[in-house]
Design a protein around this ligand. Structure first.
Ligand code: URA
Length: 269
């Protein structure tokens, strides 16, 4: 049988068996993982109904400054006591090549006192030009999504996992996300919102420290916890607006996720 035909059959076999999403590049022996309870206990964020699932990709938060290596993002971020200090520290951080090719450090937009904090992936060309997150096409859709549940840039605070534009709008690599993670987790500590909305797989898997793709993470409440927070913050992952622009059929699910956010805000919990 020609190779492309047998690959096609193999893919069909996977789909018939219910395998509809690739969640890693290498196979993972989950039997071996479940034999290591210490790894599961270290997971910083869990969905209550899903405690036996995948272990964390990486720590979701920065260690305290005293435990981090000086000069690293973790150390620099942990020393920041205000949003302004964090912004300045990120603007002065030069250890990531992305930073050197980007025009701006895209820090945040919206109201830092808002109850809802939205975290996206990384700035695009428009955002890089103006130094503000979500102001291009995805941003226009994000504004409409927020408006559908009665929110706007005065009632949300918006940032990204990676504050520097990856050239040619490629996705940030896992290493780039890992370098930036202490900045965004400190950002969340300092804002301390009531709810988090995580847009797309990069933000969801980095901040929830989960291996699954966005199709599995969206539409569920997770507790985002970090040592710098007084209590866990409920976090809802949903599709990234850029994905929704390419896949309008997925808007129905995204709107359902946002309705859950609305309901939670109204419930006062
Ligand atoms: N996409 C993102 O994830 N963030 C932005 O700021 C713009 C587009």
């Amino acid at each position: 049988m020609p190779l492309d035909q047998s690959l096609d059959q193999l893919l069909r076999w996977y789909m018939d068996a219910g395998v509809d999403e690739a969640i890693g590049e290498k196979p993972l022996d989950r039997f071996a993982l479940s034999a290591k309870p210490a790894a599961a206990a270290a997971r910083p964020v869990q969905a209550p109904a899903d405690r036996a699932a995948a272990p964390p990709l990486a720590p979701a938060h920065a260690p305290a400054a005293g435990h981090a290596i000086p000069g690293t993002a973790a150390h620099i971020a942990a020393e920041c006591r205000t949003l302004e200090e964090l912004r300045r520290a990120m603007e002065g951080f030069d250890a990531l090549p992305l930073k050197r090719t980007a025009r701006s450090t895209v820090f945040a937009d919206g109201n830092a006192e808002a109850e809802v904090m939205v975290v996206g992936e990384a700035p695009g060309a428009e955002e890089d030009r103006h130094g503000l997150p979500f102001i291009g096409k995805s941003g226009k859709l994000l504004d409409r999504m927020l408006a559908s549940i009665g929110l706007d840039r005065d009632s949300v605070y918006i940032t990204n996992v990676v504050p520097w534009r990856p050239v040619e709008n490629r996705k940030p690599t896992p290493d780039e996300v890992a370098v930036c993670l202490p900045f965004v987790t400190r950002h969340i500590d300092l804002v301390d919102p009531r709810l988090l909305i995580l847009l797309g797989g990069a933000a969801a898997s980095a901040l929830l420290a989960r291996h699954e793709g966005i199709n599995r993470l969206r539409g569920r409440w997770f507790d985002y916890s970090a040592p710098g927070l007084p209590r866990p913050i409920p976090a809802m992952a949903t599709f990234h607006p850029a994905y929704l622009l390419r896949t309008p059929a997925a808007k129905r699910e995204a709107w359902r996720d946002l309705l859950q956010v609305r309901k939670r805000l109204e419930s006062g919990h």
